[in-house]
Ligand binder design. Structure first.
Ligand code: SAH
Ligand code: SF4
Length: 400
């Protein structure tokens, strides 16, 4: 399969055609918790008294040093290394293509086993966005998405499956591998400093895997990206918002996009199940939200749809009492969409109103548009859903 856009200056790492994809023969240890690692060590005969120490060593090699083979793990005895290599791998998802945008944004197309005899592999995308003071990695949580927001490209893709914890952590590891960003970087700086769960999929519809993965990413004996630098974006799965605060403890972003239920039902169909009022209550109840840890409200600017000053006024009014910041996202077009991005003038007016009402209201600069890496442009399959299929998927998501 080809990557989604014709890259300007892409490095393609096409390895195997999709049809000849061979799924890995052995399981990877990436994504396992310490307890699960101890169990695997038990399975290959490591004595109980030794397991804790061995787990600590493995954790360090896997997640702090980014070892790409058991051979590299020199502090672990040769016998155990050989035994590990016989049963497991440290494989990350396979990188099929790497595209580099004119603005330095990088997008990787990753291939994963589908576990299906008809369709052998799935593909997801993961995007790295360098800025002067940080480097943000945009990570996917599902192949496709069931939710079909009308302005989002990912929503037009067939739902395929949830990613495992290993496949989510694996995206961070791929980025570190390819950016030469492990602990031994000579200048001691890091390129991936922030994580946003804003790639393909709805992270709160894959709760357990996302939680397990983010706990690994945030663990300071390993990848060590602090929870304050990890943001989970949701279209509003209310029951899981509070759980996310309690069990993951990362920063929260809400894809609001509309201030009236009627319009939000259309843009974010999940709103029919969890309307704005319930969503905002879940934000008020979000554990850990404070002025120092504000909730981000994402608002995509759609010309003539949600971008009037009345919308801005209502937005300010309804966020009263919630420690919030508002992130205006210029709509990123994709082939076949009927929406247009608001005029720049209007975005500025909208932003100014919000700013004068006391909210920080940065406009998210579109990054990587030339390689379809910007918000909502991710879509690894070229295939489009028929109207009927979209409706069926939407109904499925609603009754979940
Ligand atoms: N499913 C989650 C996270 C992934 S989408 C969610 O919806 O929050 C990340 C952000 O990009 C969301 O705010 C989403 O609404 C926004 N987005 C989707 N399509 C877009 C597009 N075409 N242009 C701009 N932003 C888009
Ligand atoms: Fe799914 Fe988020 Fe896109 Fe909506 S905006 S379809 S929830 S990925």
């Amino acid at each position: 399969m080809q990557p989604t856009a014709e890259p300007h200056n892409a490095t393609l790492v096409e390895k195997t055609p999709l049809e000849t994809y061979v799924p890995p023969a052995k399981p990877s240890l990436i994504g396992l918790s310490r307890t699960e690692l101890a169990d695997r060590l038990g399975d290959i005969g490591v004595a109980p008294a030794q397991r804790k120490m061995r787990v600590q060593q493995l954790w360090h090699w896997l997640y702090f040093r980014g070892a790409q083979s058991f051979d590299d793990m020199t502090s672990i005895s040769k016998g155990i290394r050989a035994e590990l290599a016989q049963h497991f791998t440290v494989d990350r998802p396979e990188v099929v293509a790497e595209q580099i945008s004119n603005d330095g944004t990088r997008k990787w197309l990753l291939r994963l086993p589908s576990g299906d005899s008809v369709q052998k592999a799935h593909e997801v995308e993961c995007v790295y966005i360098p800025e002067t003071d940080r480097g943000t990695l945009c990570v996917s949580s599902q192949v496709g998405c069931t939710l079909n927001c009308s302005f989002c490209h990912t929503g037009t893709q067939r739902l395929v499956r949830n990613l495992t914890a290993g496949e989510i952590v694996g995206q961070v590891m791929v980025a570190r591998d390819r950016l030469n960003d492990w602990a031994d970087r000579e200048d001691g700086t890091r390129r991936v400093t922030n994580i946003v769960m804003m790639g393909m999929g709805e992270p709160l519809y894959n709760f357990d895997a996302v939680r397990d993965a983010l706990l690994i990413v945030g663990d300071n004996e390993g990848i060590g990206i602090s929870r304050r630098r990890i943001t989970l974006s949701t279209s509003g799965v209310v029951p899981n918002i509070v759980r996310a605060g309690e069990e993951i403890g990362v920063m929260l972003a809400i894809s609001l996009h509309a201030v009236r239920d009627e319009l939000r039902n259309e843009l974010v169909p999940l709103n029919r199940k969890y309307p704005i009022k319930e969503l905002l209550q879940a934000c008020r109840d979000y554990p850990g939200a404070s002025n120092a840890r504000r909730i981000t409200f994402e608002y995509v600017m759609l010309k003539g749809v949600n971008d009037s000053l009345d919308d801005a006024k209502l937005l300010v009014k309804m966020l009263k009492g919630i420690p919030a910041k508002i992130n205006l996202i210029p709509f990123n077009p994709w082939p076949g969409t009927a929406y247009e991005c608001s005029d720049w003038d209007q975005i500025e007016k909208f932003s100014e109103y919000i700013f004068n009402a006391g909210y920080s209201s940065p406009v998210r600069t579109p990054r990587g548009r030339d390689i379809l890496a910007a918000c909502g442009q991710l879509k690894s399959e070229t295939e489009k859903l028929s109207a009927r299929e979209r409706q069926a998927l939407r109904a499925m998501a609603m009754t979940d």
